[in-house]
Design a protein around this ligand. Structure first.
Ligand code: PLP
Length: 415
């Protein structure tokens, strides 16, 4: 065998769709200005699949800050990893402002959220420690845990009785090893929009000794009275020991941060391998993030507009009888029932005949027979977009129930 053989035979769980779906269902190209309407395959579509929650991606002040910073600094500076030669006062200023915003003593930038998460987990636990985590944890959490030499226990998504059982097991182990326990959950689960039960998890701190780490990629900027995140929403910021946010969603940028107390951040600064051994965020991204954070903090109207759209969309779909699962956030999953073939036809019909572009998720990401159409409302959507989409979805649902969609995987126009 040759290690390259797998490239012909087993393309992997997602790669197996490459030949049927690439360019349309996978790796689609959305072109034009980031907005509620963008060009897909040469035609304008109403887009519900960008995590540009607050609409900052094309805010004129953000565009100007990005462009001015690129003009002044280029994309090269600073060169090198933070520890060696890639450190600047602007990086520190952004960290200080992020820490202040999420109500923590200190923060540290991550050049990518994903790699940052992997290295935070890797740095925080050793073989004596036990990780207890939610079964729907994001891939970056799973990858971080793959580096862990100690025990790790999973609890079924948001199941607090099971979490308690796993904490009892973990406690017995660390009593022997002399280690500690790290519980990892997400603030907002990005696929379904459900919230991690942070209030109930922190209540378990009365019974068990553990540290709580939340990945709040989708909650940062969207949740809580000031947009500071899901722990602010639950009023438990002081009980969440490690707070992770990314710039890839509400901040419409790239990179991320970890916030905690000064001692922990200092430790992480020297021990997160993906940050110690990789290049620091380029200056335009740091200066652009300062501008985004300023707007996020000082212009609550973006978050208010987002929530107006969220409430209109979710109540409109609810009134038409759609099952939206347990979302408690802007993420709006629409659950339908059908085969993978029907899912592709539904998506195609929405894109080609209704000019609505949204993401579709099927088995094995969701159970067999479930079609999850995921809508991401943003501050740049309009109430007209909502009405149009709710009506289109109602028509599509009726067609699905009446078995209008063929099960033939080959894409074909329905109407
Ligand atoms: C829950 C969650 N955590 C972490 C990440 C990774 O963040 P980044 O895109 O900044 O690498 C994502 C996706 O972007 C995410 O959805």
């Amino acid at each position: 065998m040759d290690v390259f053989d797998k490239c012909d035979m087993a393309m992997g769980p997602l790669g197996k769709y490459a030949f049927q779906a690439e360019g349309y269902y996978m790796f689609p190209k959305l072109e034009g200005e980031l907005s509620n309407k963008m060009i897909f395959q040469g035609k304008e579509r109403l887009v519900w699949s960008l995590n540009n929650y607050l609409g900052l991606g094309n805010h004129p002040e953000v565009r100007k800050a990005d462009a001015d910073a690129a003009k002044e600094w280029g994309l090269a500076y600073p060169m090198g990893a933070r520890m060696m030669s890639g450190h600047t006062s602007k990086h520190e200023e952004l960290e200080q402002q992020l820490a202040e915003f999420v109500n923590r003593e200190a923060a540290y930038l991550l050049n990518f959220g994903y790699q940052g998460m992997v290295s935070i987990i890797n740095a925080m636990v050793d073989r004596k420690d036990v990780i207890v985590y939610d079964s729907e944890a994001h891939a970056c959490i799973i990858d971080g845990m793959r580096l862990h030499f100690g025990k790790r226990f999973v609890y079924p998504h948001n199941n607090m009785q099971n979490l308690e059982k796993e904490l009892e097991r973990a406690t017995r182990i660390v009593e022997k090893t002399g280690g500690g326990i790290l519980v990892i959950t997400e603030g907002v689960y990005g696929m379904t929009g459900g919230l991690g039960k942070l209030d109930e998890i922190v209540a378990l701190k009365d019974k068990f000794n553990f540290r709580l780490f939340i990945d709040d990629a989708h909650g940062f900027g969207t949740m809580g009275p000031t947009g500071a995140g899901t722990d602010e929403h639950f009023g438990v910021q002081d009980k969440v020991d490690l707070y992770f946010g990314t710039f890839a969603k509400s901040m419409a940028g790239i990179g991320g941060f970890i916030a905690s107390n000064k001692k922990v951040i200092k430790y992480l600064q020297y021990n997160m391998r993906s940050q110690v051994y990789a290049k620091s965020l380029p200056m335009p991204m740091v200066i652009g993030s300062l501008k985004r954070l300023e707007l996020l903090r000082n212009e609550p109207e973006h978050r208010q507009k987002l929530w107006t759209i969220v409430h209109a969309l979710q109540s409109g779909l609810g009134e038409k009888g759609f099952d939206l699962g347990d979302t408690g956030s802007p993420v709006t999953p629409v659950m339908l029932h059908g085969t993978v073939g029907e899912a592709t036809q539904v998506t195609y019909d929405l894109r080609e005949n209704y000019n609505i572009f949204c993401s579709v998720v099927v088995y094995p990401v969701v159970p067999k027979g479930v079609i999850l159409l995921r809508l991401i409302p943003t501050a740049v959507h309009t109430l007209d977009d909502v009405v149009y989409t709710v009506n289109a979805f109602a028509e599509v649902k009726e067609k699905l129930e009446n078995k209008v969609y063929s099960e033939d995987l080959k894409v074909q126009v329905i109407k």
